[in-house]
Design a protein around this ligand. Structure first.
Ligand SMILES: NC(=O)c1ccc[n+]([C@@H]2O[C@H](COP(=O)([O-])OP(=O)(O)OC[C@H]3O[C@@H](n4cnc5c(N)ncnc54)[C@H](OP(=O)(O)O)[C@@H]3O)[C@@H](O)[C@H]2O)c1
Length: 282
């Protein structure tokens, strides 16, 4: 699996999302087995949030990671914007750590911009980092103007990453946000990278260019969507799956090298944006 430099960490380019996982008792064993399979096969980055299933996703992740060497994992969680004040953030973090059964997070994300002044949110995230309970902090669902605001507050430039919706069918951030992040060395975490949360990916993957490039590499169009999302070597994609077969395919997508011809064909079918677009959020 392709590794990427994530500020001072080196992590695999494909991780695992866990939204909507952990709450359905009938699906629990399969979801747990799939995440275990993922870690065993190199997908050592796991993305969760206090929001997901009201803590059920974090509990599932805790149940999975207890059997692995914690130092080999990169665990991401997120706090609600209404937990951005100091005391609430401390409580939210402690509760997440308890559900996860770990004493630190590798990355703690401000889930989406809220009403607490950004300078205060940053100061609080810096304090969480200093406590040792958080190795790094970052943001999510930030657009270009949010990143520019962040850059101007004290400590804002310590941000490790921004997690936004990004896939070949939703590439508005290619216009301005992603070039800005590359210039400022802020990696992207691409969520919904196969655009399947709303079932749109199934339609996208019937698209001729994706089918053609998939054929060239003898893989599935979903795998090409993942290879495309991580093509710059600075992006982490976090597809979610409860299927071992899909997990295996997603991990294998981390090794696909798209050629210039592939990228041109895909650009024709899914053109680069030519003006600023409002950020896609789910
Ligand atoms: N920061 C944020 O605000 C935010 C928002 C949304 C999501 N996220 C994070 O991003 C993660 C991923 O986003 P998402 O779950 O919305 O969308 P996604 O990963 O694009 O789509 C997930 C869906 O794709 C299917 N799938 C995955 N791999 C596949 C493959 N190789 N072939 C065919 N189908 C495949 C899965 O079905 P199967 O189970 O059948 O494989 C699942 O239904 C979430 O789990 C969450 O951790 C973050």
């Amino acid at each position: 699996m392709k590794m990427i430099n994530f500020k001072d960490a080196k992590i695999p380019a494909i991780g695992m999302g866990t939204w909507h996982m952990g709450s359905d008792r009938a699906a629990y064993a399969q979801q747990k087995a799939t995440l275990q399979y993922g870690i065993e096969h190199g997908a050592t980055v796991i993305d969760t949030a206090e929001q997901y299933g009201d803590g059920d996703s974090e509990r599932l992740v805790g149940d999975v990671i207890k059997d692995f060497d914690r130092s080999q994992l990169f665990v991401i969680s997120k706090f609600y914007p209404f937990h951005a004040e100091r005391k609430q953030m401390q409580r939210a973090l402690d509760a997440s750590l308890k559900r996860l059964g770990t004493d630190y997070l590798d990355l703690y994300l401000y889930h989406w911009p809220g009403s607490t002044p950004l300078a205060e949110v940053v100061a609080n995230m810096e304090a969480m980092q200093q406590s040792g309970k958080v190795k790094h902090w970052g943001v999510s669902n930030f657009d270009l103007s949010d990143m520019q605001d962040l850059w101007s507050v004290p400590g804002g430039q310590h941000v490790m990453a921004n997690e936004d919706l990004y896939n070949i069918g939703s590439r508005g951030i290619d216009f301005d946000l992603l070039p800005w992040q590359r210039e400022h060395n802020v990696p992207l975490i691409a969520y919904a990278p196969v655009d399947e949360a709303d079932g749109r990916g199934a339609n996208l993957t019937k698209q001729r260019a994706l089918v053609e490039v998939a054929k060239r590499h003898a893989v599935t169009p979903f795998q090409i969507m993942l290879a495309w999302a991580i093509r710059d070597g600075q992006t982490l994609a976090i597809p979610q799956t409860s299927s071992e077969q899909h997990m295996q395919e997603n991990i294998a997508a981390g090794d696909i090298e798209l050629t210039t011809d592939d990228l041109q064909l895909l650009d024709q079918a899914f053109p680069k944006p030519t003006r600023h677009q409002s950020l896609d959020i789910i």
